[in-house]
Design a protein around this ligand. Structure first.
Ligand code: PLP
Length: 397
C-alpha cells in the first residue's frame, strides 16, 4: 500500500484541477495580454481564477496578484514593503519559526541595512502578543508572522496582532504594515483577510491540491509596495511576466474546491489526524505531540519518538510505502536540526526523534490504519536497536 502523509510539503493535484488546466496547454493557447480572441479567452480564464481565489480568502479580485508560489509571495511582500517604506524606517519584526522564504528574505535585507527582530515562541509554538507590542518601534515598517506553521501547525494570533497594528497606525504610525504567510493555513482552516485584518497574505497553489509553481500575494487595496520583477505591466503593474495561464486556471479551480469542500475536509482530516495521534500516543510509550494542541491546523501531527532517530524511522516507513517527513521539505537537505522544534525548546535528541505526519483531502481511514500498524512494527524494532534512551519530558498543552 502507498500512503502519502506529506501534504504540507506538497499535495496531489485534484483531478478536477487537471481537467480544468488541460485545454490551456493545447487549445486555449492565447497570451492573456493579446488583443485577439485567443488572448481574450486566456484573459477571461485568468480573471475567473482571480475571482475564485478572492472568494476563498474574502478579498476583492483586484487585491490578488498571481505569482510563482509561496516563496515569491513572501519575497514580494517583505522586500516590496521594505523598499517602498525605507524612508520611514528599516525595522522588521518576524518570528523565529517562519519558513525559510521569510527568514532568508529578512536575512538578505539585514545585510542591506535593515534591522530584524526575531520573536521567540512558547513551548507550544505560539507567539505572545505582549512580545509583539514590546518589539514595535517608531521605525518599524513591517511585521511578518505566519498564520500556520509548516512543521507543527501552530496557529498564531493574527487577528490580535492586526488589532495592535491598527491601534498603532491610528496613533499616527501609518508606515507600519502587517504580512502573514498563509501558505499552510489556506484551504486547511477558514481564512478571511478582512476578518484577519492583514495588509498582505501569501498563499501557494501546490499546498491546496493545485499545481506547483503557482501562488498569490493578497495586497490590501491602498498598500504601497515595490515590485520584484520589472518588465511589462502585468498584474496591475505589480508582477511583470507573461501569466502562467494553465497554472492560474488550476489554482483558481483548486481555490474553488477548497472553498466548497472546506468544512467537510477539515472534519475529515481532523478526525483522521486525531485518530492517528491517539493510537500512536496510547500504543507507544514516550511519544509526545509537538506544538499547541488547541491552536493547531487540523491536518498536521508532529510527533517526537523518544530513543529513535527520525531519519531512520522515515526511511523504514518509506520502505513500507509511507511518506512522512522530518522537518519541512525546504529545510531537508540541510544537516541543521529543525529551527522550529529548537525554538520550542526541545532537546537535540527530541528534535532528532521527530516526524511530521501531514494529511490531505484524499487520505482514508484504511491508510491511517496501515500507518499505525507499520509504526507498531518499526518503532519497537528501532527502539531495540537504539543505544540511547534519554526520557522525554512532559507533553505540551
Ligand atoms: N511558506 C510556508 C509556510 C511554506 O510551508 C512553504 C512551503 O513549504 C512556503 C512558504 C513556500 O511555498 P512554495 O513552495 O510555493 O514556494
Amino acid at each position: 500500500m502507498k500512503v502519502y502523509l506529506d501534504n504540507s510539503a506538497t499535495t496531489a493535484v485534484a483531478k478536477e484541477v487537471v481537467a480544468a488546466m488541460l485545454p490551456y496547454f493545447s487549445i486555449e493557447i492565447g497570451n492573456a495580454q493579446s488583443v485577439h480572441s485567443f488572448g481574450q479567452q486566456a484573459k477571461a480564464a485568468v480573471e475567473n481564477a482571480r475571482r475564485e481565489v478572492a472568494k476563498l480568502i474574502n478579498s476583492a479580485p483586484n487585491e490578488i496578484v498571481f505569482v510563482s508560489g509561496g516563496t515569491e509571495a513572501d519575497n514580494l511582500a517583505i522586500r516590496g514593503i521594505a523598499e517602498a517604506h525605507c524612508d520611514k524606517g528599516r525595522h522588521i519584526i518576524t518570528t523565529s519559526i517562519e519558513h525559510p522564504a521569510v527568514l532568508a528574505t529578512c536575512e538578505a535585507l539585514n545585510e542591506n541595512g535593515y534591522d530584524i527582530t526575531y520573536l521567540p515562541v512558547d513551548r507550544g509554538g505560539l507567539l505572545s502578543i505582549d512580545e509583539v507590542r514590546r518589539a514595535i518601534r517608531s521605525d518599524t515598517i513591517l511585521i511578518s508572522v505566519m498564520l500556520a506553521n509548516n512543521e507543527i501547525g501552530s496557529l498564531q494570533p493574527i487577528e490580535e496582532i492586526a488589532s495592535l497594528v491598527k491601534e498603532i497606525r491610528d496613533n499616527g504610525q501609518k508606515h507600519l504594515h502587517f504580512h502573514t504567510d498563509g501558505v499552510q493555513a489556506v484551504g486547511k482552516v477558514p481564512v478571511d483577510v478582512r476578518r484577519l485584518g492583514v495588509d498582505l497574505l501569501s498563499l501557494s497553489g501546490h499546498k491546496i491540491h493545485g499545481p506547483k509553481g503557482t501562488g498569490v500575494l493578497y495586497i490590501r487595496k491602498g498598500t504601497r509596495i515595490t515590485k520584484l520583477l520589472y518588465g511589462g505591466h502585468h498584474e496591475r503593474d505589480r508582477r511583470a511576466g507573461t501569466e502562467n495561464v494553465p497554472g492560474i486556471v488550476g489554482l483558481g479551480r483548486a481555490a474553488e474546491l477548497a472553498r466548497v469542500h472546506l468544512d467537510e475536509r477539515i472534519d475529515r482530516v481532523r478526525e483522521l489526524r486525531d485518530y492517528l495521534e491517539h493510537e500512536v500516543t496510547s500504543q507507544f510509550e514516550d511519544v509526545r505531540v509537538n506544538g499547541d494542541k488547541l491552536h493547531r491546523l487540523p491536518n498536521i501531527s508532529n510527533l517526537s519518538f523518544d530513543g529513535i532517530d527520525g531519519e531512520s524511522l522515515l526511511i523504514a516507513l518509506d520502505l513500507k510505502g509511507i511518506a512522512v517527513s522530518t522537518g519541512s521539505a525546504c529545510a531537508s537537505g540541510s544537516l541543521e536540526p529543525s529551527h522550529v522544534l529548537q525554538a520550542l525548546g526541545l532537546s537535540r535528541q527530541q528534535v532528532r526523534g521527530s516526524l511530521r505526519f501531514s494529511l490531505g483531502a484524499f487520505n482514508t481511514h484504511e491508510e491511517i490504519e496501515y500507518v499505525i500498524s507499520a509504526l507498531a512494527e518499526t518503532v519497537t524494532r528501532l527502539r531495540e536497536m537504539s543505544p540511547e534512551t534519554e526520557p522525554i519530558d512532559t507533553a505540551v498543552p
